[in-house]
Ligand binder design. Structure first.
Ligand code: GTP
Ligand code: MG
Length: 207
């Protein structure tokens, strides 16, 4: 897939304020600082599109990016779709009332957004399975929203440890899940996994 255009569109405080649901939409969620905004920039080949930060809690609203792509350079038809950058969970410095607000905004968005095709749940590949990530994917199961897993920051981990962390997370999921979702391994730094994620989006767009 070739990205022809990627523009920031709007930041919304609630699902009701989001742009018209007239095209396929793909959202990125995961722990605060896991690399959601960096992954969006890597996919779009634009390092300044989504704001990233070494300090967690940077992204606070539902951020829509307007994307135009082609299946290949020579393809005649363009696809239009949205990428959505969401605020992360598990940010320790947030107050209880801010957390409740986050939960309501995210649950409403994930359950009510009609054009949401897939949620990419980002997991930091440097860690053993974290309860907060497992709880979040179980919530998605409860809400019956489709998702895939993305193990991020692969450049920061040795291959053996990376493999072990991915396996351990999937094994932990197996305890409650009969079927495992598709998963990707990415590095925003090295552009690892870019083609795989874009090919997946392209195949969903065609359905
Ligand atoms: P919040 O919006 O605060 O929830 O964070 P986020 O999930 O959007 O993370 P962000 O993309 O802002 O990245 C957080 C930090 O991790 C930044 O310092 C990034 O440069 C770094 N980072 C993100 N992805 C990668 C990666 O693949 N490799 C390396 N080495 N660093 C990464
Ligand atoms: Mg962010």
């Amino acid at each position: 897939m070739v990205i022809k255009k990627a523009n920031y569109l709007i930041s919304s405080p609630s699902v009701e304020k989001c742009p018209k649901a007239d095209r396929p939409e793909y959202a990125f969620i995961g722990r605060s600082n896991v690399g959601k905004s960096s992954l969006i920039n890597m996919l779009c080949n634009n390092s300044t599109l989504a704001k990233t930060s070494a300090a967690p809690g940077k992204t606070q609203l539902i951020n829509h990016y307007d994307i135009e792509s082609k299946a290949s350079i020579k393809a005649a038809t363009k696809s239009k779709w949205y990428l959505v950058d969401l605020p992360g969970y598990g940010y320790a410095k947030r107050s209880q009332s801010e957390r409740n607000k986050w939960e309501k905004m995210i649950e409403d968005y994930l359950r009510k957004r009609d054009n949401l095709v897939n949620i990419f749940v980002l997991i930091d590949s440097r860690h053993e399975p974290q309860a907060i990530d497992l709880e979040f994917v179980n919530k998605l199961g409860e809400w019956q929203v489709p998702f895939t897993l993305v193990f991020t920051k692969a450049d920061k981990e040795k291959p053996k440890a990376l493999e072990r962390h991915v396996k351990n997370f999937l094994d932990a999921m197996r305890e409650t899940w009969q079927f495992l979702p598709q998963s990707f391994i990415t590095s925003a730094e090295k552009k690892t996994g870019r083609e795989e994620v874009l090919t997946f989006i392209d195949s969903c767009n065609k359905k």
